[in-house]
Each structure stands twice: as C-alpha cells, then as structure tokens.
Ligand binder design. Structure first.
Ligand SMILES: Nc1ncnc2c1ncn2[C@@H]1O[C@H](COP(=O)(O)OP(=O)(O)OP(=O)(O)O)[C@@H](O)[C@H]1O
Length: 339
C-alpha cells in the first residue's frame, strides 16, 4: 500500500476528482467531510454528496464537526472585521485554521503522511505556486497557511484546468451529476449577499452621513457596513457631477468619506501579521492586493511581522482587512493583512 493521504471531500467535483486521481496514483486514500458553518440544511446535502463520492472512489469517509472552531476562527472574525469598517477575507483564515489547521491535526491523528485538497494551486516543496488554470488559481487565499506544512500537501488539480476536471467527471458513469453541479459560491456561508449574512448579528441598516475630504457633510449612506473602499454606488452626494468613491470608512461615528478617482490612488501599503515562505526581508516583487486583480510591481521591507510595501504604480481602492500577497512570477513568497 502507498503512503496514506487524507483528502478534504466537500462533495464537489474538484475534491471528488482529486480523490480519484490520488487513488490512481497509488496512494492509500481516506477522505474527511468537515462540518464548518451552521447554515440550516447545508450539511445534509453536502455530506451525502461526499459520502456518494467516497463510496464511488472506494475510500473511507471521516466526518469531522468543526462548527465551533469555524465559528470562533472564521465566522466571528468575519463579522468583527465588518464592524471595524474593514473588508474581511474569511477564506484565508479558514485555510490557515481549518483546512490546513484542524484538518492537518486530524490527519496526524489517523497517521496520514499527506494532506490533500481540490484547491487549484501547486507547490515545489517550499513555495506555493500559482495554478496552471489562472482563471481558477486559489493561491491568494492560501498565503496565510503555515509554511512548514508545504512538503506534506498534495494538490492533484494544480496542473489541470477546471474544464478538464468537469469533462473527466462527466465521462465517468455514476459521476455525471458531479460534473453538472453549479459552482459553489466564493464564500461557502454566503448564499445571497454579505449583508444578509451580517443582518442577524449587527445593525447594518443605520443611515449615516457622507463626508467629502474636507470633512463637509455632502450626502447620506445606508449604514457603513454596506461599503468597501472604492465602492461608487449606494450613497448620495448632493450636486455631484463626477463619480464619487468611498475612500474611508469611520465605523465609530458611522460616516463614510468620499472622493474622486484620484483620491482612491494608493502608493504605499502597510501589512500586519505577515506570513513568509521566503527568508528575505527586503526585496522587489509583484503584489496582489485583492483577489482577481493584476499584481503590481513593488518594493517590500519586512520588520518582524510587519511589512511596508511601496507600490511602483498606484493602485485604486486598497481595502483594509484584505490580503496583500507577494509573488515572484508564479511563486508565492508570502503576504500579510492590509492595515
Ligand atoms: N466541508 C468540507 N469538508 C472537507 N473538505 C472541504 C470542505 N470544503 C472544502 N474542502 C476542501 O477544500 C477544497 C477547496 O475548497 P473550495 O471551497 O474552494 O471548493 P471548490 O473549489 O468548490 O471544490 P469542490 O468542487 O471540491 O467543492 C475542496 O476541493 C476540498 O478539498
């Protein structure tokens, strides 16, 4: 029997095909379905799908109830970050604490040598590398995982394209329905809008004032949590002819500050809780300041777990709470949380 792998099986096509690929490669594969958030009715459906996939692949499926841990380490910080007037990135926290945290601890407890997921990403033993399918690359969301884990990780889909994965599943009798499942939403616990998720926990709809950069009240907004830096809709600015964008959020007094496109330009970014796969403290690289944006060239200085990033060209709409992730070509060097 080959080395033992524990793979996270969500019941989706990616982790199902990954499981089959690992079996084909001769690993001794076991799967785990993790109950994460507490959305009513969700786990019944997805756990059943994961079980079907595991039965099809002939692997044992473990069930792990991590709802409390997910709530403490991913969901509550999501709510708190919005309260602070910032824009959260729950997937990066989930990857650190749950998929490459609690799941790895569980893999240890069953004696697994490797841990696998259906993420679109690759690695070379030290660095995470962008996926070959750049429309699916998930490296941005993995910047915060423990670098020491990298050699134990297997990502069977990193060199493949999503369309091939769907075609592969569609061609296997018994798995056709996995191929045609709709894509899961970007954040697993958000079914409709972020505001719908927040509403039971915080008063999101509290009207407030819109200020200009001189501090003058120029309009009204729906409640500061509705906005992220760079947003240009959903608030009023009296007598404005040019488009206005949110440039600052003041949660303590429920105000937002708006300005023109030029006022959104950011030339320097400070990062906290920096996590590096590389030991250098001063270097040039590319940085991504939001998922699905093009990286820009920058100079980085790291001091402890803080980084100062000088952007070589201005970036519009940098939001506090998101991640700044460093790349050298396809290689992920590390990153941190935008202050
Ligand atoms: N509830 C879960 N239990 C176990 N593993 C999970 C769970 N959710 C996600 N994973 C693992 O993390 C990977 C990436 O998760 P993501 O939410 O991005 O899924 P996805 O791209 O929709 O993949 P899939 O098609 O497998 O659902 C999955 O492929 C799977 O290996």
């Amino acid at each position: 029997m080959g080395k033992k792998v524990l793979i996270g099986m969500s019941g989706g096509v990616d982790s199902t095909v990954s499981t089959l690929l690992l079996k084909e490669q001769g690993y001794d594969v076991e799967g785990v379905y993790m109950k994460l958030h507490s959305k009513p009715g969700y786990h019944e459906i997805h756990q059943a799908r994961a079980q079907r996939a595991a039965d099809f692949a002939g692997v044992k499926l473990h069930i792990l109830d991590l709802q409390e841990e997910f709530n403490a380490k991913v969901f509550t910080p999501f709510i708190e970050t919005y309260k602070e007037g910032k824009t959260p990135n729950p997937c990066a926290l989930c990857n650190r604490n749950i998929k490459f945290g609690a799941m790895v601890a569980y893999a240890d407890s069953i004696g697994a040598d490797y841990v696998a997921t259906g993420h679109y990403i690759r690695h070379d033993g030290q660095y995470l590398l962008q996926a070959h399918d750049d429309t699916k690359d998930q490296s941005y969301f993995l910047f915060y995982i423990d670098p020491a884990l990298v050699p134990r990780l297997l990502f069977p889909l990193g060199e493949r394209h999503k369309s091939d994965i769907k075609a592969y599943a569609a061609g296997i009798e018994g798995l056709e329905s996995f191929a045609s499942q709709s894509e899961s939403s970007e954040i697993c616990f958000v079914e409709t809008t972020y505001m719908d998720v927040l509403k039971p926990y915080v008063p999101v709809d509290q009207e407030g004032e819109v200020l200009n950069l001189e501090g003058k009240v120029v309009g009204k907004h729906k409640g500061y949590m509705h906005y992220t830096i760079g947003k240009r809709k959903g608030f009023s600015v009296h007598g404005a002819h040019d488009p206005h964008f949110v440039v600052e959020i003041k949660p303590e007094i429920n105000q937002i500050v708006v300005g023109t496109r030029e006022d959104l330009e950011c030339h320097r970014v400070e990062l906290e809780r920096v996590n590096m796969f590389d030991s250098r403290t001063e270097f040039e690289c590319d940085v991504k300041l939001r998922y699905r944006t093009t990286a820009v060239r920058c100079s980085v200085k790291i001091d402890g777990d803080h980084a100062t990033v000088e952007l070589h060209e201005p970036v519009l709409g940098v939001a506090s709470g998101q991640a700044g992730v460093f790349y050298d070509g396809e290689k992920l060097l590390g990153g941190g949380w935008i202050v």
